[in-house]
Design a protein around this ligand. Sequence first.
Ligand SMILES: O=C(O)COP(=O)(O)O
Length: 221
Amino acid sequence: MTTAAKLLADAEALLLDFDGPLARLMPTPVNARAADAAREVIGQLDLPPAIATTTDHLAVLRHVLEHHPEQVAEVEEACTRAEVAAARTCAPSVHATNLFELISRRRMPAAVVSNNSDQAVIAFLERHGWTRHVAVLSCRRPDDVGRLKPDPFLVQQALRSLRVDPGEALFLGDTTSDVRAGAAAGVGVLAFAKDEHLRSELTRAGAAAVTSLGDPRGLEA
Ligand SMILES: O=C(O)COP(=O)(O)O
């Protein structure tokens, strides 16, 4: 398999997933609180057990989009509030500084491609002084809830805005949903895995390479 270092060396543009590769946005218990905030809006609805107990606020949002579309705008707003609050305090990933140094040194066009709100991504980048490294944000806006990854929409929108071809770009993600969105848009994915189980899932999903999410040397592996 191609290594992370070679994929990065060959890439002419980078697409960066937010939660994971750049930020530790929703550690426990922040994730549970965000999911509670999303559920609070729809309190009276009868939720299936998986959605009533999930700690993934975006799973709640997807459920509402499918089953209670009349409430999706309110739930999206609650998700955005929780994400922005998290982005104001969360730690960066162990790779963020190295990635932005690489982007700056090689003057690479870069985009953040996230299912989280663009407002949360902006809050995070501004806090760390990284805004100048990111030419394009292709992140969730209220109207995009139905086109989140694994749909290729956000990846394709980033490519169009950066004016780069899929073959010139590398997408850095940490979920099978990122790998599927990249594949559907024709972009190779360098995946970050926090454990061995995820490493094999991401490999099976078709990642061009899988490296460590928690080890800063992962970019050189
Ligand atoms: O899709 C997710 O679960 C989280 O959002 P991300 O796109 O910033 O990683």
